[in-house]
Design a protein around this ligand. Structure first.
Ligand SMILES: Cc1cc2nc3c(=O)[nH]c(=O)nc-3n(C[C@H](O)[C@H](O)[C@H](O)COP(=O)(O)O)c2cc1C
Length: 203
């Protein structure tokens, strides 16, 4: 048994991921998914596009926002602003999945807080990290959510900015529709060892 374990460990650490057939590592990784609630949550999150007709409490919404604001940002500049949308008329006007959700959050870049020069575009990455945190927090709370892209599609940026009456300093990156799930789609298996290269030394 010990020998088998050593062989598996060697295979998993010495061969490129694509050459391993990954079965042993995969099994180990799957075991880890079941044991660790954070990893489990990451691996089981999926986009949910149908919602129950049930509102979210203020406490729940605050947890989602706190999760978003806990994300890492370049030089910790936190260049974001979150617009909560609960009004049925605005949700319907936004369309897409928002029209059936009790809540949507527009994650916006705040250009007054964005870094200057070449680093300015980091706001997109910072707000994307916040968005993923919100999606994961929603999933962990038993909610369903979907990221609906806005920026960099100019027409969508203008449409959403107009509807939400955003000042020019705010750029909507996306609109996240959130609610208690009205469907239970299976998470997609995206594990592709061929997307991984192992580079161990300089040569
Ligand atoms: C930048 C971005 C834009 C997206 N835009 C939309 C969208 O407009 N409408 C939508 O239904 N889903 C949208 N999605 C969700 C993706 O379709 C979804 O994440 C992808 O199919 C993978 O599925 P999963 O989230 O269930 O893992 C977007 C996701 C990202 C990251």
């Amino acid at each position: 048994m010990k020998k088998v374990f050593i062989l598996f460990t060697l295979l998993c650490t010495t061969l490129p991921a694509s050459a391993q057939g990954v079965s042993c590592c995969q099994k180990e990784a799957q075991g880890c998914c079941r044991k660790n609630p954070v990893i489990e949550s990451i691996m089981t999150r999926t986009s949910v596009r149908q919602y129950q007709n049930r509102t979210l409490s203020a406490d729940t919404i605050e947890i989602l926002l706190r999760a978003g604001m806990a994300a890492p940002t370049a030089r910790n500049c936190q260049p974001w602003h979150f617009v909560l949308i609960t009004g049925k008329d605005v949700l319907e006007a936004l369309g897409g999945r928002s029209k059936d959700a009790p809540l949507a959050i527009a994650v916006c870049g705040d250009m007054t807080k964005a870094l200057e020069g070449e680093a300015r575009e980091y706001w997109v990455l910072d707000c994307s990290a916040a968005t993923e945190n919100i999606l994961l927090a929603a999933h962990a709370l038993g909610l369903g959510a979907v990221w609906q892209g806005v920026y960099p599609i100019q027409q969508r940026v203008e449409q959403v900015s107009q509807l939400l009456k955003l000042p020019e300093t705010l750029v909507p990156l996306n609109v996240i529709a959130i609610g208690y799930p009205g469907e239970a789609p299976a998470p997609k298996d995206k594990w592709k060892p061929e997307n991984v290269t192992i580079r161990k030394g300089l040569e």
